[in-house]
Design a protein around this ligand. Sequence first.
Ligand code: SAH
Length: 247
Amino acid sequence: MPATPAWPPRSAPRLFVPGPLTEGGVVTLDGPQAHYLLRVMRVAEGDAVILCDDLTGEWAGKVTQAGKRDLTLDLVERLRPREQVPDLWLCAALLKKDRFDLVLEKATELGVRRIQPVLMRRCVADKLNLERARAVVTEAAEQCARTALPELAEPVKLDALLRDWPAERTLFFADELGGGPAAAAFAAHLGPAALLVGPEGGFDDAEREAVRAAPQARPITLGPRILRGETAAIAATAVWMGSIGDW
Ligand code: SAH
């Protein structure tokens, strides 16, 4: 086993901060991030904090000044470059808040490149607080030590998604009425991919037809059970990562 460097300790707090971070740079934090480090994690001068900027990778920072409401860190060394992110987009129907939070959190942990919320006729939810959603994604990335954030797109209607669909990207369409077995379908199509998962009420007939008519669409089944939207999104992502992702 490779030796684990003693510093920074694995338990050091992790944060995404605005970049680009550079060798020998100085970072000053205030607001909620300073509150988190000073009050929740109780960091003091000399302590390590791991910083990521979603651009250059992961850095070890050392606290040089800890005030009441702000703190300053020196960037000591770059620990890892930004990770390679598997080219999978998750196009998930917008769900009720708690359910969609779960999708945001788990898709980030599982390693998707982009999360695209989609508005469909049978969606119960119609709005997403993008700033809050971004916070959920960022916290999940910090918690699981990702050095990249998934892109989080604004919700789009299904017809607009299909109209602007990039020609080279396969669209695996999780259809509760059936399709090819997911794992085999994934393995047969290398290259840029996306998963499309429906809302609580499923796809309506016109939507199903419109998706199936898209040249890049490949209907897939996730088995004989009807999964909830969040389960379908998370499970299909896991199977894709296991088939042709980076697991
Ligand atoms: N209320 C609908 C089910 C919606 S499930 C009904 O009773 O038919 C929410 C979404 O999860 C579906 O639109 C689909 O995208 C996905 N999904 C759930 N189970 C699935 C399965 N067995 N195969 C493929 N997709 C599934």
